[in-house]
Design a protein around this ligand. Structure first.
Ligand code: ADP
Length: 541
């Protein structure tokens, strides 16, 4: 016997319809790449998205076609997303911080037909234009007045759009239709395309909105510093309009001053970004003595949130930190560290201990940790293993079958992270599987070593890597970048770490460098670091 409820396909256009109908006056504020701040209501943004859809169809873009964006977070970028979604075409957000050759490779691999690009990124496009085999039109997200003399044939978005109107209806199609593509940064080999569906985006946004997850409401004003091109924009272009929350889009400027200005003048209550952005903001606040009177919650994810950062936000600025974990393959939300009743009354260091964890999953995510043979490990908050997940917004394979089969026999996806889970279901990442240091058959967590090292007042950045050792296989080497104007020594660091970790976890050596290499998403590039220290002679050999 089947249920007798209506079959209402979970398509993304319905999110914008809902926002426009029930939260029509709420604004999307943008700092445009050209400089000024603009404001548009959800009602008008929907009108512009319909106009994009109509114009795309007029230009011959059809169901299943891919179009790329190389753009910052602005209302224009969002209109393009929803315009594409509304005709069953697919938004492909490209990370401009990748190498130009990688960008060209991705655009060709996705067979994108149109490219929507911000002024800032035109030089990249000029560089790779000759390599692009499928791009038919390059549309610059600006008006004719700001369109520069380019060596390329380009079109100004506003003029392109003005040639049509918003008298259009969204197309109807199955909820399992592809909605968007986002390539993983591919620290090894070529990037792999993760393909979201309308259904997965809608379910994921609903999961993200749970109160113990991001918990947005129509009273929130949301500043997504995390770019739309980073892991599906952490769902905020879907979850904010779904909740009727206003949006404040930061455009190209992510420095501490620019972000503070928006947080303050736009009375932002909720914001989200990687730790590097928050380091810049906290630094700005400390230098200027400014405060955060309106901000209530800050989501920190993409890499582990340092303990000192949580403490500063909560103690000095009265902003609640929401530590979150996820990945492109999970749309991206995997877990959030909000406090369940079991931990809600903790204070001080004990509370910070919990907040260092990546947290518990929303409904829609199932998690387990296993050993290398797939045997499940206990949930005791210390035994770590490979972290595996499944759910309706977790990838089942990569675009065009790249990378082959990715699920185990129970349908779980191996995240490539190493973690433990405690009795209350709180997960804590201890490493990437490929970074973990294997010493004498046991695993040493590089993240733990790094977290402790950055707690030293003279350390700006720290990376732990395994270096070959004849007796133990690998032993930890700690690489640090000192804070400006300081001179920490190897002995300072080792003394500082003493007693904070098991004896056999102590680094065999500490190297001070002026810079550590980073990936396109701002994470430490461990592969490059391991390569440059591959012949390093540990003093313990
Ligand atoms: P990119 O490398 O392009 O940023 P992802 O966003 O998909 O791609 O990266 C996902 C990975 O980032 C996770 O598998 C995990 O290793 C790391 N990560 C994300 N959030 C956290 C967090 N809160 N703590 C530690 N690691 C995290």
């Amino acid at each position: 016997m089947l249920g007798l409820m209506q079959n209402w396909p979970l398509t993304c256009n319905k999110i914008l319809d809902h926002a426009a109908t029930y939260h029509g006056n709420r604004e999307v504020v943008s700092r445009l790449v050209e400089g000024p701040i603009t404001r548009i209501s959800y009602k008008d943004l929907r009108g512009r998205a319909l106009q994009v859809a109509k114009r795309l169809e007029h230009d011959g873009i059809v169901f299943g076609d891919r179009c790329a964006t190389l753009a910052w977070n602005t209302a224009r970028h969002m209109e393009v997303w929803y315009g594409l979604l509304g005709i069953g075409a697919i938004y492909h957000t490209v990370n401009p911080r990748l190498f130009p050759d990688q960008i060209a490779w991705i655009l060709n691999h996705a067979e994108d037909r149109f490219l929507f690009v911000d002024l800032t990124f035109l030089p990249i496009v000029e560089k790779i234009r000759d390599q692009l085999t499928t791009i038919e039109k390059i549309i610059v997200l600006t008006d004719a007045e700001h369109l520069p003399e380019a060596g390329l044939s380009v079109i100004a978005y506003e003029e392109w759009l003005a040639e049509t109107d918003s008298d259009f209806a969204w197309k109807a199609f199955d909820e399992n239709t592809a909605a968007g593509i986002c390539y993983t940064s591919g620290t090894t080999g070529n990037p792999k395309g993760v393909v979201y569906s309308h259904r997965s985006n809608v379910l994921h946004a609903m999961a993200a909105l749970q109160v113990d997850m991001l918990g947005l409401s129509s009273r929130d004003r949301v500043l997504p510093v995390v770019p739309l091109f980073h892991a599906n924009g952490w769902s905020l272009a879907f979850s904010a309009p779904m909740a009727g929350a206003g949006l404040v889009m930061p455009g190209a400027r992510m420095d501490g001053e620019a972000i503070w200005e928006l947080l303050d003048t736009e009375k932002v209550t909720f914001t989200a970004a990687v730790p590097t952005v928050w380091l810049m903001l906290l630094d700005y606040l400390e230098r200027t003595g400014k405060a955060l009177p309106y901000l209530e919650r800050v989501v920190i994810g993409g890499s582990a949130c340092p303990r000192a950062m949580t403490e500063k936000f909560e103690t000095n600025y009265d902003v609640r930190v929401i530590h979150a974990w996820g990945m492109t393959e999970m749309s991206p939300l995997g877990s959030v560290c909000t406090l369940k009743p079991e931990y809600a009354d903790l204070e001080g260091e004990a509370r910070l201990d919990i907040q260092e964890k990546q947290g518990h999953p929303p409904f829609t995510i199932e998690m387990k940790v296993t050993d290398d043979d797939g045997v499940e490990r206990p949930w005791d908050g210390k035994t770590f293993g490979r972290l595996k997940v499944r759910g309706p917004a977790v990838t089942s394979s990569y675009f065009k079958g790249e990378g082959g089969e990715v699920l185990d026999e129970d349908g779980f996806f191996d995240t490539g992270d190493v973690a433990h889970i405690d009795a209350h279901g709180y997960m804590q990442i201890t490493d990437r599987a490929k970074d973990v240091i294997k010493s004498g058959g046991e695993w040493i967590s590089t993240i733990d070593l790094e977290n402790i090292a950055v707690g030293h007042p003279e350390v700006a950045e720290a990376a732990a890597i395994g270096v070959a050792h004849p007796k133990w296989d690998e032993r930890p080497l700690l690489v640090i970048v000192p804070r400006e104007g300081t001179n920490p020594t190897r002995e300072d660091l080792l003394a500082f770490m003493q007693g904070k970790i098991a004896k056999w976890w102590m680094p065999d050596d500490v190297v001070i460098v002026s810079e550590i290499p980073h990936t396109a998403t701002g994470k430490i590039k461990k592969t490059a670091l391991r390569e440059s220290f591959s012949n390093y002679q540990l003093p313990t050999i």
